[in-house]
Design a protein around this ligand. Structure first.
Ligand code: BYC
Length: 348
């Protein structure tokens, strides 16, 4: 009964009024900075929804990196040469590193890594649809580099200018490494196409046929069906829309396919002189939402692998925290001993 008067005070510009005015001033400063194309740092004031959107996107991105290690991991022990094996190992390690940069960027927004991973392990958090497809032959590893990493770069370069500075800084490092990933994939495929047997060339074409459409889906739903795009574009989190990025990817990739000597599995793919872009066929959005919803070929396997890795790593986390506790206790003892020695010296 007594607290009801607080509502009245707020309405009448009572105790809450300074707070509301302060928030409005902070919001105005935030808007001004965003409108000027500026950056927001972790310590700056930001609207709750901006923070929430970033946590969602950055954590989904981080999860994609660590789940993305699994389809390629499937081929480490079966890489055809020592050179290809070393390259693949380095690439997979890079992806683990990208996950770490991104989890660290998400943590600056006030969420813990444990919370984010719990959401992934429970199936609540999303990760990129592309990693729920199987890697059936060695050419899949090359195609992941060429097309999946190619699509990822197309999407991630604009994120280097994302308005949230810790994310933008992480993306600069990620993009430099992604560029090597894309080239190694293309190089592996070029060797198969130019020096391989007919069976190996057929393997490359088969891999392209299976990955092309899922790669186009990576950019997310059409702009008109995208829940977050309009707001994220206004906030400068996304700089280029899902459809525009998809189009840039198609335009860039067609020529690379010609050099490679493969064809895309799309009879409607052709240059449109008027638009100065390639037209392409309809994407199967039912398949996309089915995969995003957890019913792709490998969703269950991927999640089970992540949960197993987490459970198997429990002893490492326990050992690391026991060591940290021991180190902190040693440091506290040493500091206490030093204080005592100083007191003795002063007393003498
Ligand atoms: N898969 O409103 P929209 C890599 C969801 S890592 C699953 O357009 P937004 C690599 C979306 O989350 C590649 N879900 O969303 C790693 C939303 O659902 P919620 C990862 C998707 O966020 C290792 C709903 O659909 N890259 O390349 O504005 C080895 C509506 O979508 C997908 C990134 O994460 C999808 N493909 O735009 C090799 C980049 N697409 O959250 C390679 C950062 C959409 O409301 N992320 N959804 O439940 C982004 O740029 C944006 O989040 C997206 C989506 C463009 C992906």
């Amino acid at each position: 009964m007594y607290t009801q008067s607080m509502d009245t005070m707020a309405r009448e510009g009572g105790d809450n009024a300074p707070r509301v005015m302060e928030d409005a001033a902070l919001q105005a400063r935030f808007d001004e900075r965003i409108d000027a194309g500026g950056f927001i740092e972790a310590k700056d004031w930001m609207p709750q929804d901006y923070r929430k959107t970033l946590i969602r996107q950055i954590s989904q991105h981080a999860h994609s990196e660590i789940v993305g290690m699994l389809p390629e991991g499937n081929w480490v022990t079966r890489a055809p040469t020592l050179k290809r094996k070393s390259i693949l190992l380095a690439k997979i390690q890079d992806e683990g590193g990208h996950g770490l940069y991104l989890y660290a960027a998400a943590e600056t927004l006030g969420v813990s890594r444990d919370e984010l991973l719990a959401a992934l392990h429970s199936g609540k958090a999303k990760y990129s649809s592309i990693f729920n497809y199987p890697t059936l032959n060695w050419a899949d590893v090359g195609v992941i580099g060429w097309l999946v990493d190619g699509a990822a770069i197309m999407n991630q370069v604009p994120l280097c200018r994302c308005s949230y500075a810790p994310y933008a800084r992480a993306m600069i490092r990620v993009c430099r490494e992604e560029s090597f990933h894309q080239r190694q994939g293309y190089d592996a495929l070029l060797v198969m196409m130019e020096q391989g047997t007919d069976a190996q060339r057929a393997m490359v074409q088969d891999a392209v046929n299976r990955w092309w459409w899922p790669c186009l889906m990576m950019f997310g739903p059409h702009d008109g069906d995208s829940t977050h795009s309009a707001q994220s574009m206004r906030w400068g989190i996304k700089r280029i829309s899902n459809d525009d990025l998809r189009q840039k990817f198609v335009d860039a990739t067609v020529q690379q396919a010609q050099v490679l000597g493969v064809t895309m599995p799309d009879p409607d793919l052709r240059w449109n002189e008027e638009r100065q872009h390639h037209d392409f066929g309809k994407i199967d959005w039912d398949e996309f939402w089915r995969v995003v919803g957890g019913d792709g070929a490998c969703n269950r396997e991927r999640l089970a692998m992540r949960v197993k890795a987490w459970d198997d790593g429990a002893w490492v986390r326990d050992a690391a925290s026991a060591y940290a506790t021991k180190q902190a206790a040693r440091l506290a003892d040493a500091q206490a001993a030093q204080r005592q020695a100083e007191q003795h010296l002063q007393a003498a």
